[in-house]
Write a protein that binds this ligand. Structure first.
Ligand SMILES: [Zn+2]
Length: 173
């Protein structure tokens, strides 16, 4: 049997080792080729940092981040392991990278109230976070979400205006 299997790269903090394994298994059984991280530097593989001087640790972490972007290049989409909504800074940059390269973006957890109200392709890490969406640049301002025509909050333009601009540029999800 030769099939065409979508390729999905897992993204997220390596502290969520068991969730990575669970997602890898589930997505594989669903017919995807799954690319994962090479090591769990925050959960069980700490020995890789032992005996490394600070510069080598920094270089190695930079290499691993860069490798993960290449793994995203190889994939049709990413699957974000956002346990408890947590998304760290390198995962945020991977989401931005995936969006910029027209990859699909899926999430383990999809809390409806934390979905970006402009692009719908990001879940803020907590409600009322004032976090900036790495996909579309909208800042999570709860007042502007409640009053979608309100300008001059955390975002200069209103939510409705930002939505109109996003839809005009990328179409609706
Ligand atoms: Zn967004």
């Amino acid at each position: 049997m030769v099939g065409k299997y979508p390729v999905i790269t897992l993204c997220g903090s390596t502290r969520f080792k068991s969730s990575f394994y669970e997602a890898q298994k589930r997505l594989t059984l669903q017919g995807n080729i799954v690319i994962s991280v090479g090591l769990f530097g925050h959960a069980g593989d700490e020995e890789v940092w032992e005996g490394m001087d600070e510069d080598t640790v920094t270089e190695t972490k930079t290499m691993l981040d860069d490798m993960h972007k290449r793994k995203i290049d190889m994939a049709d989409g990413i699957y974000v392991i956002n346990v408890g909504g947590y998304i760290g800074s390198s995962t945020r940059s991977e989401i931005a990278y995936a969006a910029a390269h027209s990859k699909t973006i899926d999430y383990l957890e999809q809390p409806a109230a934390q979905r970006c109200p402009v692009c719908g392709r990001y879940y803020f890490t907590e409600p009322h976070s004032y976090e900036i969406c790495p996909v579309c640049g909208w800042e999570d301002d709860p007042s502007q979400k409640r009053y979608p025509d309100m300008e001059g909050g955390a975002n200069a333009e209103s939510l409705n205006e930002a939505r109109r601009k996003y839809e005009a540029k990328y179409g609706t999800e």
